[in-house]
Design a binder for this molecule. Structure first.
Ligand code: FAD
Length: 456
């Protein structure tokens, strides 16, 4: 007997319940990945993620080959391709992980319909991309938690399942057709500092970071220049690492760093359970609606300056340039750049979220849209009117200015924290820098914010 395992956001062999179940149910399995034309049509396959995905697929194929198998890659509408592969290999079952976005739900429906026509069963496995499945930790009287802290308290008491080891052998039948596994080199327009993708690279990174970085995480994770966070987000986005396994490994090490790291992982689950319950929150204001945002027509110049990292606020510009160069940005930098766009420039959060999705290698409908809503004050923040002052943030989280000097070469010769306020430098020095004056005074930004919120 043969079963198909459809890989989606779970590109790994360790801790993979659908693969384990398929190997148990059948003598042979077909590990399948479909380069889904539906995702391409939605404009979601930005170059950075396409390149990282190519690495993940190549690594998965290599690991499968070591176990006697291989990865079958197809291109096209996902339901059609899965149906065709199931027919070619005579599979009775297709196993896959559950998703939470509306796209994932529609995909499941289409697959169920297509496979049902030919008598093939679709088996959907929960909690592969999160630690606990959305909908399993709920308050009484509601289908999800709308505030993080009470969710975290309940989540933290729940013991996650034991992670599964990688299978020793994966027997794959002969004769199932596939296209060559894509190569990163085929993708153009990627950020120069993009990390290597794949389960092997992700496991290596976690092993190294958990030895040296985990114990420093509790105190150091907000230090912009220290760069002390795990940088595991792209591996989690593609499922090259299992969040269940990370929670177990971190708890084995223990200590305040591990606790803080596990709490941060809980944010992923929190956002997943919000979006699973309210799929429309990927585009519409979740809790509080605001109608007076500035859009592309009103704020084209400001938006362009923000995207390009020339707002005149060095910490904002450093962060936006890091995003373009690495396809990744530090969480503190994401918070302050998003706050600057939505609350100082008063630009619609969807415009910022789109730009992040165009570049972030971990760019994710769930985490990106709901974090943007959190910052914009339309989402789950219990203090929706807070505004992060970029200057205060800069002095607190980049006290010596090293982060700014790393990313804004025009300011490379300005010493210490003076780098955060180039407008205070003597005029002749300032003019020689070739760095722009601030787009807007912070007091003016705050006044516009208050005025707009007053009208909403
Ligand atoms: P670490 O600090 O090492 O944290 C460990 C893991 O916890 C991360 O890899 C991530 O999976 C998870 N995590 C940490 N913080 C959050 C958070 N606030 N929300 C959800 N998960 C979190 N994260 C994404 O994965 N994809 C996105 O598209 C995304 N967009 C964001 C947009 C904005 C405006 C903001 C403020 C945050 C966004 N985040 C997003 C969350 C967070 O910034 C990144 O997960 C984090 O910076 C990744 O770096 P790291 O792996 O070193 O994190």
């Amino acid at each position: 007997t043969v079963a198909v395992v459809l890989f989606t956001s779970d590109l790994r062999l360790h801790d993979h319940p659908p693969l384990r179940a398929a190997l148990k149910a059948a003598d042979e399995v077909v590990p399948l990945f479909v380069l889904d034309s539906g995702i391409r049509a939605a404009g979601f396959d930005a170059p950075n993620r396409r390149a990282f995905l190519a690495d993940c697929l190549r690594d998965l194929d290599t690991s499968l080959r070591r176990r006697g198998g291989r990865l079958v890659v197809r291109t096209g509408p996902v339901a059609r391709e899965v149906g065709a592969v199931a027919a070619e290999c005579g599979a009775a079952e297709v196993h896959m992980a559950a998703g939470v976005t509306s796209y994932a739900h529609h995909r499941e429906e289409r697959l169920r319909g297509r496979l049902g026509e030919s008598g093939v069963a679709l088996r959907v496995h929960e909690a592969v991309t999160t630690v606990v499945a959305p909908g399993t930790v709920t308050p009484s009287g509601s289908d999800h938690f709308a505030v993080f802290t009470p969710y975290f308290r309940r989540w933290d008491r729940k013991r996650p399942r034991q992670p599964l080891s990688a299978p020793r052998s994966v027997p794959v039948p002969e004769g199932v057709r596939g296209r060559p596994v894509p190569e990163r080199a085929e993708v153009s327009g990627t950020s120069p500092g993009l990390p290597a993708g794949g389960e092997t690279a992700g496991r290596d990174r976690f092993a190294r970071w958990s030895r040296a970085g985990l114990s420093r995480y509790a105190d150091g994770h907000d230090d912009l220049a220290g760069d002390a966070t795990s940088r595991l987000s792209p591996y989690l986005h593609f499922g090259a690492l299992s969040p269940v396994e990370l929670v177990h490994r971190a708890r084995e090490r223990g200590g305040p760093g591990a606790d803080a790291f596990v709490r941060q992982l809980c944010w992923r689950d929190f956002h997943h359970q919000v979006l699973a319950a309210r799929p429309e929150a990927s585009v519409r204001d979740y809790r509080t609606r605001h109608d007076h945002w500035r859009g592309e027509e009103d704020a084209a110049g400001d938006i362009a300056a923000w995207r390009e990292g020339r707002t005149g606020y060095p910490v904002v510009d450093a962060a936006m340039r890091q995003l373009r160069h690495e396809g990744w940005m530090h969480n503190r930098a994401r918070l302050l750049t998003a706050s600057f766009l939505t609350k100082t420039l008063y630009v619609d959060w969807r415009i910022g979220a789109r730009h992040f999705l165009d570049l972030l290698v971990d760019g994710d409908i769930v985490n990106n849209q709901l974090n943007w809503q959190w910052v914009a004050g339309t989402g789950t923040d219990t203090r929706p009117h807070r505004v992060l002052n970029p200057l205060v943030q800069a002095k607190r989280f980049d006290p010596d200015g090293a982060y700014v000097r790393r990313w804004v070469p025009e300011l490379g010769d300005v010493d210490g924290r003076a780098v955060h306020e180039p407008w205070r430098l003597p005029e002749d020095r300032r003019e020689g820098l070739g760095y722009p004056a601030p787009l807007i005074g912070l007091a003016d930004g705050l006044a516009r914010f208050r005025h707009a919120r007053g009208r909403d």
